[in-house]
Design a binder for this molecule. Structure first.
Ligand code: UTP
Length: 288
């Protein structure tokens, strides 16, 4: 069964980026000159996904505008004969079919995924979190689709993290499978302290989920902060279905916090043909 649909939860408050996110969504913060969410949607497209479902909330209109046609801008660029910029702008709106669903209150990632239930229907689907940008030869989601094709169960992307960082992630307990990069999940723990973490394999923002996750999310109780956590929904699903974890090939940039975002900005800028050489010279001149 092919994965045709992808859900992009983008309704969080983005408090770690305040004040930048007071009046604009964190998904629209640019890494060099492209909003974070566009990198992730490009990965979905490169993986063959046809339907993008973005879960938005209050103050997220900029995301819809970004993927919509911008008549005035296109007309002005056409009149000025700025063909390359016109193509750049048109390519974004003609990229792919995007639908939107609203999460009225930020009640957690699990709740955001649940908001896409009607649009997803009864088929396995992908979830992408914009905080994680993965650079790889084969798109990370394509790699996961291959694992899904054989296992036919929910697949979580994982990556080893330093012990002191487990408290920032959902962490899996596992039995290592025959292949070194695929694990059978035996439990999931949300943000464990290092001494309580069942492993150092953290769940990264890419998932393939079976549609049964929805009924489990519906039954999942809010946590102490009043949020429905996806990890808790997955825990409940695990009692009924196997879940596998996959250590993807590629380099992940955690753009969900300020330092990670800065690191990604520097690396992406250095890789650019038009900006890299000048930027490198500048960094060297800083004599850090
Ligand atoms: P985060 O945990 O990064 O939360 O959410 P956040 O609100 O975006 O950012 P901080 O921590 O306050 O800085 C992980 C993903 O889940 C989405 C977010 O948009 C992000 O993509 N999310 C989170 C929702 O869509 N709805 C929610 O209620 C919570």
């Amino acid at each position: 069964m092919r994965i045709r649909k992808a859900v992009f939860p983008a309704a969080g408050l983005g408090t770690r980026f305040l004040p930048a996110t007071k009046a604009q969504p964190k998904e629209m913060l640019p890494l060099v000159d492209k909003p974070v969410i566009q990198y992730v949607i490009e990965e979905a497209m490169a993986s063959g996904i046809e339907n993008i479902i973005i879960v938005t909330g209050r103050g997220k209109n900029a995301i819809e505008d970004h993927f919509d046609v911008s008549f005035e801008l296109e007309r002005t660029l056409a009149e000025r004969n700025q063909k390359e910029l016109l193509k750049l702008v048109r390519d974004i709106s003609s990229m792919i079919h995007v639908s939107y669903v609203r999460q009225k209150e930020p009640l957690g990632l699990g709740h955001a995924v649940l908001c896409a239930k009607e649009m997803v229907g009864n088929e396995p689907f992908a979830v992408f979190l914009g905080d994680d940008i993965i650079e790889s030869r084969v798109p990370a989601m394509s790699q996961m689709m291959k694992v899904f094709a054989r296992r036919r169960c929910s697949i979580l992307a994982v990556e080893p993290v330093p012990n002191e960082r487990t408290r920032d992630y959902g962490v899996i307990a596992h039995n290592r499978g025959a292949r070194g990069d695929i694990y059978q999940v035996t439990d999931l723990v949300e943000k464990p302290l290092p001494e309580e973490a069942p492993s150092n394999l953290a769940i990264i923002g890419r998932y393939i989920l079976t549609p049964e996750i929805f009924s489990h999310l519906e039954k999942t109780r809010p946590d102490a902060k009043g949020e429905i956590q996806l990890t808790n929904g997955l825990r409940s699903l695990l009692k009924k279905q196997p879940i596998a974890a996959y250590r993807f090939q590629g380099k992940r940039f955690d753009t969900g916090n300020k330092l990670g975002f800065l690191k990604a900005t520097v690396e992406f800028a250095l890789k650019r043909k038009d900006l890299g050489p000048g930027f490198r010279e500048y960094l060297k001149s800083l004599k850090l």
